[in-house]
Design a binder for this molecule. Structure first.
Ligand code: ADP
Ligand code: MG
Length: 257
């Protein structure tokens, strides 16, 4: 059974159709990549699923419930998380404090006000930081961390809401190739360990082919292909949009697609 079912999802901005009638499914325990040239409609798709942007038409069913029309806050409560964009961490706070803050914002328990701030959710925060390989750096201020480590802390923060589906729009933006691989390898492990589902965008085809269970290809708002790495590599339409040009998706302007 599908955890997420997207049917005929469409978004128009005036006369421009950013996402046109796309349909796809996502199962629990699946790492699904959404790829395509800049302007293809990837972020718009994320924003409709996460409730940041209203859809023009279509449906998005998560765990049996229609999510279109609900607030982003409500959608997060249903179990769809999003990774934070750049600089989502508080630089002056420690790694531990940042994750505690994230836990606090997700669990507004009535009794929490009388417990000391420092003690709140410490065990849970430590556990999340262990999951992302940051357990040895809990007391460091985030301002001192390497970029890839900040991204790990952000990932721990996004896990604080216990999402069953995590949406990650360009999680490796600004990273060097080795860091990209390490972060997506970590996400892949979390998907397996926690039986989570993840939808992510990524510009590096090597990373996508190495880790994604399945790949969706968007071009000019349309889903032109979906399948395994082998199927996508061999797909004539994908080759037309991407491989034939000898460019990466990142290099392609929307007009080239
Ligand atoms: P991608 O994430 O794949 O690079 P986007 O989803 O950001 O693509 O954009 C898809 C198309 O929608 C682009 O043509 C973009 O200019 C347009 N678009 C995105 N957001 C808006 C907006 N808020 N208003 C008008 N047009 C938008
Ligand atoms: Mg985008």
């Amino acid at each position: 059974m599908s955890l997420l079912s997207v049917h005929h999802l469409t978004k128009r901005f005036g006369g421009n159709t950013a996402v046109q009638d796309i349909s796809f499914d996502l199962k629990q325990g699946e790492l699904l990549a959404l790829i395509g040239p800049n302007g293809a409609g990837k972020s718009t798709t994320f924003n409709m699923v996460g409730g940041q942007l209203p859809a023009s038409s279509g449906s998005v069913v998560f765990d049996g419930r229609e999510v279109l029309g609900r607030s982003s806050r409500h959608i997060a409560q249903l179990g769809i998380g999003r990774t934070f964009q750049v600089a989502a961490t508080f630089a002056s706070l420690t790694v531990m404090e940042n994750v505690q803050m994230a836990l606090l914002s997700h669990r507004r328990k009535v009794y929490s006000f009388w417990r000391s701030a420092a003690g709140r959710y410490q065990d849970e925060a430590r556990q999340l930081l262990e999951q992302v390989g940051m357990a040895t750096q809990v007391d460091r201020p985030c301002s001192e961390l390497a970029y890839g480590d900040v991204k790990r802390v952000e990932l721990a923060m996004s896990l604080a809401g216990k999402p069953r589906l995590l949406l990650m729009d360009e999680p490796t933006a600004g990273m060097a190739s080795a860091e990209r691989n390490a972060l997506i390898a970590l996400v892949k492990r979390l998907v397996v360990q926690n039986n989570m589902a993840v939808l992510f965008t990524e510009h590096s085809m090597d990373v996508v082919f190495a880790y994604a269970d399945r790949i969706l290809v968007l071009a000019r708002g349309q889903l032109i292909a979906q399948g395994s790495a082998e199927q996508i590599r061999a797909h004539p339409k994908v080759q037309e949009v991407y491989f034939g040009t000898g460019k990466t998706f990142e290099d392609l302007a929307p007009g080239d697609a």
